[in-house]
Design a protein. Structure first.
Length: 233
């Protein structure tokens, strides 16, 4: 049974969403502010977190930033319908997805299941012995899908599930262009719609992480209006 942490200062959302998730077979922990959630996470991490952005004591952005210092667990943001800046910033900071308020609880459940399936496939190799599970070595890059491990020039890089899948898709075929639509198919479940901006934000976050170990990292090239490609150095 997967454990989901639901963090929101709206008690109505905590109550209704937790009831829905429990009915779907999840174990749910609820918190009404970011600091309380962080204190609990420091003792034991859940399998996934669903975070509101605007909360007292510690908001969702601050909580995500602290989480990403120690964990790559999937994170979904709950955002207000007009908070486009928050959505983009959240994705750049390492969130895997976002759902706008007011939201369909069925949609939220589907996105949670999609992220957990991806996490399980990456961490356990449940997809079987395929291209998706083979170790990739491209110059200074090494990726081991079965261990969810990435290194660049021998230095480990911690990636979220979404970032890992995007880098894997690009590095599997160096020099070949992947459109945003193709990358969406790789990173997201068929039932989940995301726009181009979401993929762009993940790529920016991915580049930032690679440059944290190598300021000169430039293997991921943007082809404006077309997509992205990995250039083997």
């Amino acid at each position: 049974m997967s454990k989901i942490a639901l963090v929101d200062d709206d008690r109505n959302i905590l109550t209704s969403v937790s009831m829905t998730l429990e009915a779907e077979g999840f174990e749910v922990e609820t918190y009404n502010d970011g600091q309380t959630a962080l204190d609990a996470f420091n003792k034991k991490m859940p399998d996934m977190a669903v975070l509101d952005i605007k909360m007292p004591r510690m908001d969702g952005m601050d909580l995500l930033q602290r989480l990403r210092q120690k964990s790559t667990m999937p994170v979904i943001f709950l955002t207000s319908k007009d908070d486009e800046i928050d959505e983009v910033l959240g994705l750049r900071m390492g969130a895997d997805d976002y759902v706008k308020k007011p939201f369909s609880q069925r949609l939220l459940v589907e996105r949670i299941r999609a992220l957990l399936r991806r996490q399980d496939a990456v961490e356990t190799g449940a997809v079987g012995d395929t291209e998706e599970t083979k170790v990739i070595e491209r110059g200074d890059l090494r990726m081991d899908p079965l261990r969810h491990a990435v290194s660049w020039k021998g230095k480990d890089v911690s990636l979220t599930v979404t970032e890992f899948l995007l880098l894997q898709a690009l590095a599997q075929r160096p020099g070949f262009v992947k459109s945003r639509d193709q990358l969406m198919d790789v990173a997201y479940d068929d039932q989940v719609y995301v726009d181009d901006r979401t993929i762009d934000s993940h790529i920016k976050r991915l580049r930032k992480k690679m440059r944290s170990v190598d300021d000169d990292f430039s293997a991921i090239e943007t082809l404006y209006g077309i997509g992205y490609r990995y250039n083997e150095e």
